[in-house]
Write a protein that binds this ligand. Structure first.
Ligand SMILES: [Zn+2]
Length: 80
């Protein structure tokens, strides 16, 4: 059964969970489950809280390009 499932997954070009590498579940995208979403959220939070304020310089430049979901007034949202 595994082989067929694998083919099907490839055909759908489904994304993989960043946490456990399982096929992503639409309901929990971009993760496979609520559990993995929580894991990532915790990682994100612990990372954000762990910033001492000194090594902040580098993460700021990186954060602007990729993450930044919590930034208010994001472009694309379209503030009315
Ligand atoms: Zn997962």
């Amino acid at each position: 059964m595994g082989a067929v499932e694998d083919r099907y997954t490839h055909h759908m070009t489904q994304k993989r969970c960043a946490i456990c590498k399982r096929p992503v579940e639409t309901a929990f995208a971009p993760f496979c489950s609520k559990r993995c979403a929580d894991v990532d959220l915790q990682r994100w939070f612990s990372g954000a809280y762990a910033i001492p304020g000194d090594a902040d310089d580098d993460s700021q430049a990186v954060g602007t390009g990729d993450g930044g979901d919590d930034v208010p007034g994001q472009p694309g949202r379209g503030h009315l």
